[in-house]
Ligand binder design. Sequence first.
Ligand SMILES: Cc1ncc(COP(=O)(O)O)c(C=O)c1O
Length: 470
Amino acid sequence: MAAKREDVIGSFEAPEDMAALARDHLVQPWPTAGEIGAEARGGIVSGDGIYVIDGEGRRLIDGPAGMWCVNAGHRRKELADVLYQQAMDLSYNSPWYTMNEPSVTLSARLAGHAPGDLNHVFYTTGGSSAVETALRFMQFANNVKGRTEKKLIVSRQGGYHGSTYLSASLNGRPRDQDWMDSAADQVIKLTCPNPFRRPEGMTEAVFCDFLVEEFRAVIEARGADRIGAFVAEPVMASGGVIVPPEGYLRRMRALCAENDILFIADEVVTAFGRLGHVFASKDVFGIEPDMITFAKGVTSGYFPLGGVMISSRLFEELRRSNHPDAMFAHGLTYSSHPIGCAVALKNLDILEEGLLDHTRVVSAHFQSSLKTLEDLPLVGEVRGLGLMACVECVADRVHNNPLTLDLEVGKRIDKHCQELGLLVRPLINMCVMSPPLTITVPQIDEMTAILRSSIRRTMDELVREGLWHG
Ligand SMILES: Cc1ncc(COP(=O)(O)O)c(C=O)c1O
């Protein structure tokens, strides 16, 4: 018989009760077929600053800031207060035929931070719906302009853009597509711009030339009149914190402009302070995209919200078109949600009033402290930018051969880290970190020390099990 809420409430003090209920009733994201509908994951009970408390009462540094999102840190009273106050003032209004003050004010403030003429915002419920919106807008704009063939979307191997049908079709990580259907006929995938995995003996500059020429060749082969958009994360997040070669984004942006292909910067992770700025495209990489998608850090995860910054030029073109009645038939019940927008405004205050400056200061230490882990023989590379980093483990450091999937080294390191007080995000042979931006220098050193001990424990374990020989 199904449990009633009043019967189960309060019983979560025992982690095994929570796990049992979860197995019976909760479906978590990205389950495997072997566990689907019968899975429990580690329970998290509360959060405070850069820490979370798990079901067993352990206090852990929240290494991935939830899911790259708790930028301002947990338990911020000013964010909770604004959420409560907005719910009391106006909990919801329909964006179909009304508007609310927080969404209008937020749009103006975001336009002030966005590069070039990205003066307009379409709000969504998260990152996938933001990417989906940007792509549907590209399709709509080209339909209105009579360029109905100009719809192909170019993305990259290793990228991640979401879990709705079209956004997921852009994903390029191994295993993302294996068992899922996708709009593959609408998408072209370019080589992942990962300098660490460039061909042996090739310089980074030559690798960059190769990547740009590959895009140029695709445009020539498929025709600029058939390609509508190029979608790229400035730093690939879930693909393993991949910082592209110097100049790559500027050159790809220029190719898009030459061929009238919209450049959509997917800043779902890189915006809202992660790289020390509200948006990273211009301030970090010197590019002005046609659209920027954002989510996650916009509310520091206190409320689900995303959006797309869209160029004024694109709207002007549409208004001048011969189809004034053509409708962008796209919108979400929770577009421009007043609570999300009110929380985002307060979150922006926090960023502007010192958190961006703090992030820029501690980022250098974050990168150099983690970089010291490269002296461990299991570690092939530590890379990152701002407050995003990845430790990639390899089987041998001469050829940087990847460790095989079944060793699940990321998971092993994460297990040891949790015992020692740190959550990391395991990704096959990698561990990814993107802590709350409030992290301090001593806390960064603590993270590095825990990682060092955990990687050492993992190396010992692999040697003991005869899986790796150092
Ligand atoms: C770059 C990027 N784009 C889009 C998404 C999808 O966002 P959401 O999970 O909020 O739908 C993610 C999520 O991790 C992301 O990292």
